[in-house]
Design a protein around this ligand. Sequence first.
Ligand SMILES: [Zn+2]
Length: 316
Amino acid sequence: MAGSLKARSPGLERPDSIIRKTIHHMGSVCEKKYYMHWVLWHWPEIVGEFIARNTSPQGIRKATLYIYSDNSSLRNELQMMMPQIVQSVNNYAGQKMIDKVAFTKQWEKSDSEGIDEIRLAPSANEENMGRERQKIPLSPAEMQAAEVLGAVAEDEEVGRAVSNLYRKHLQMQKLKISRSYPQCPQCGRLMEPEESLCAECSRSRREKITASVRQVLRDMPWARYPEVKQYVPECTTKMVNEQRSIMVQKLAADTDVNDKTSIKAKTLVMLYRCLPPEQLNEDNITRALYALRFDMHRPKDYKAPRRYEVIRLGRR
Ligand SMILES: [Zn+2]
């Protein structure tokens, strides 16, 4: 029970309930990240000053906490203490967050979402983001938001801790913004400085564009890039080519290799050769389908004809 915690002296309050309350109010999306922040912000308190000075946590992935240390005797020491470290981290987080600790090189760059933020945790050699965070001013509205959050707690002390935690979170956000982590103009998520949209938004944008490209190619299989662009201004040549070849593959796999007359076969040729219907003739249909013969649906006993059997010599 949150109300019954023995949180009478600072530093001894149980973070588990504080965190749970905070997280509860911040929504589950933040949850995981927030636990990670919590642990990595408090690394020195978890493992003690000496270990903290000689190690730097790199991040948490799939229940493994990755630590870098260039002190080999300390690494051996820590290897033996693994179970205790795991337990301390989990105790600190108030939930089972990791099940092992591994040593790693210093990570150059994060390869998954959230790791960047974890890496903001203070480490011995890097500049101390935590210290800088403390200098970030919060607006009256932000302070108010933190108070409101804390006021929900039954226990006064817990309430203060919750407000405090939330202020830290806000300061960290602002620090990152001030460090040129721009916000995604679409969803507001913080993103890599050189991007114009966050990874999520740019993926869904791309998906929308390519779906429109396919729609245009379904309606006008012969359309080339400039024509497609009239309908889908954001598309690129590469996108049109990629979507065309995906559609060619699919349609070919669905068309019988001996079929040269159906609408499907003709559509395939229009798509593949960018030929409008009025330019189709027996010769270009034959040639195009011959080129696609290995992509098309073939009956079991199919033997690929020789080229001269299909395409007569002396013609274009
Ligand atoms: Zn976004």
